[in-house]
Design a binder for this molecule. Structure first.
Ligand code: F0G
Length: 463
């Protein structure tokens, strides 16, 4: 059989309103051509993010009802702690309200101004939390990640040779911890190989630097290792995950991804002295250490989500969904980034819309046109998000991509077919698309709130 089945059936549905293109034209203008400004109820297919947008299983909803809401010593905490220790092997397990809380607490306890934190590539909030403390966040993207079309595996790897040279040049005591993000979201949800995990671990160890994983998508990374690395082909996924965690001294997890919950996070580590500091800071800002800013029912749902996420049938469906979308877009001639991540397919908008100069935001122009065509919300990962205005002049990003993120267990194949058909329409009239200019922007993280306007001689649908 060629078809990869969604390994679930649907018990509860969430209807959405079918809108018309005319309605969407008005809504987009009201949102100043910024899709973050849309109301979610005006979106039909929301591919903005895979974070906290997944569907919980019946077993998770059942766990919600049995969650223990005790302030201290909740039964749900001990259940979660047991599951997380089995999964990761780490001694200390702290629930937090989401990934960035783990970042703030870990860095708040370990990082000092003037220090530097290396990573394969920091996610935005991770970078911001390092920089907020007056430290530098330094990325070591592997050279194979630079070519968007090359399907070479392991584009998420950290460039070990460059990191080694960099570490040798750092004065002692200036690197408080080292990170590795699995999968590597900033370069397109690309996987990190077990060999790279081993090499990075050995390098940090050699320098006596504590090693933490940013493991938001640990299950998807484990799946890639199972699929692509012959050494791990016949190894059960929980053992692969454990082998990854064993190489590090701790991890931060945004559970809104592979925790299969709508809110939650984890900070796990082995070092007792660091754990004592973490506990105190956590009490100051998140709550008591046995709930960490979450309700007891959230802890219970997370424990169950972590039991479900390494199911090979689930991860196979996840791979098949991304593959189906990516391959169909490729067949239309849409330039897609390869290989496809499990959590998202990325489109190279700069290549698709060569008539739009990067400073006129081809990624945002494509994202807006997809909303007009199909009520689809995607997200620009390019000059709007990472560029800036310096002395009135635009500084553009390295790439202009559009990310089509796949929420977990939410959309069916006909939803994806709708996305593909919308792309076919937009692709057919791509030569007529025009760019956008920013009319109002915040001094940082401008993508979330900027107001935009189509440039002169716009495509009629963009007015
Ligand atoms: N680390 C990675 C690799 C992430 O992708 C994210 C979130 C975080 C940390 C922060 O976690 O949102 O729970 O505070 N990524 C989301 C995304 C927002 O859309 O890719 P959080």
């Amino acid at each position: 059989m060629k078809t990869v089945l969604e390994p679930f059936r649907i018990k509860a549905v969430e209807p959405f309103r079918i809108t018309t293109e005319a309605e969407r034209t008005g809504l987009l203008a009201e949102a100043h051509h910024n899709l973050f400004r849309l109301r979610a109820e005006d979106v039909m297919i929301d591919l903005l993010t895979d974070s906290g947008t997944g569907a919980m299983s019946a077993q998770q909803w059942a766990a919600i009802m049995t969650g223990d809401e005790s302030y201290a010593g909740s039964k749900s905490f001990y259940e979660l702690e047991h599951v997380v220790r089995e999964l990761t092997g780490y001694r200390h397990v702290f629930p937090v309200h989401q990934g960035r809380a783990a970042e703030r607490i870990l860095f708040g306890c370990a990082v000092l101004p003037g220090q530097a934190v290396p990573n394969n590539a920091h996610f935005d909030t991770t970078r911001a939390n390092v920089e907020y403390l007056g430290a530098a966040a330094v990325d070591f993207v592997a050279p194979q990640a630079r070519d968007l079309r090359d399907a070479a595996a392991w584009k998420g790897d950290l460039d070990v040779a460059r990191l080694a040279a960099w570490l040798d040049a750092q004065p002692p005591g200036t690197v408080p911890l080292g990170l590795l993000t699995i999968t590597n979201n900033r370069v397109g949800g690309q996987p990190v190989s077990m060999q790279n995990l081993r090499d990075v671990s050995a390098l940090y160890r050699r320098h006596g630097i504590p090693f933490f994983l940013d493991a938001a998508r640990f299950a998807e990374n484990a799946w890639w290792i199972h699929r692509l690395d012959p050494e791990w082909r016949d190894v059960p996924l929980p053992r692969i995950a454990r082998a990854m965690f064993d190489l590090a001294d701790g991890c931060m997890i945004s559970a809104k991804k592979d925790g299969l919950v709508n809110i939650g996070g984890l900070l796990c580590l082995n070092d007792d002295a660091l754990a004592a500091k973490v506990r105190n800071l956590l009490i100051l800002t998140e709550g008591f250490p046995t709930y960490g800013g979450l309700a007891g029912r959230d802890l219970a749902a997370l424990a169950q989500g972590l039991r479900e996420v390494l199911d090979p049938d689930y991860l196979h469906y996840r791979e098949a969904s991304a593959h189906y979308l990516g391959e169909h877009l490729d067949r239309l001639g849409v330039p897609v980034v390869r290989p496809f991540g499990l959590h998202a397919v990325y489109v190279d908008a700069r290549a698709m819309l060569p008539q739009i100069a990067p400073h006129e935001l081809p990624g945002q122009a494509l994202a807006c046109e997809l909303y007009l065509q199909g009520g689809i919300r995607s997200v620009e990962i390019g000059t709007l998000m990472f560029g800036r205005t310096e002395h009135g002049r635009p500084v553009v990003a390295e790439h202009d991509l559009v990310r089509l993120c796949l929420p977990r267990r939410v959309y069916t194949q006909s939803h994806v077919d709708w996305v593909v058909e919308s792309f076919a329409e937009v692709h057919a009239r791509r030569a007529g698309l025009r760019g956008l200019r920013i009319v109002e922007e915040a001094p940082f993280l401008r993508a979330f709130t900027a107001r935009l306007q189509p440039v002169a001689a716009p495509h009629p649908a963009l007015v």
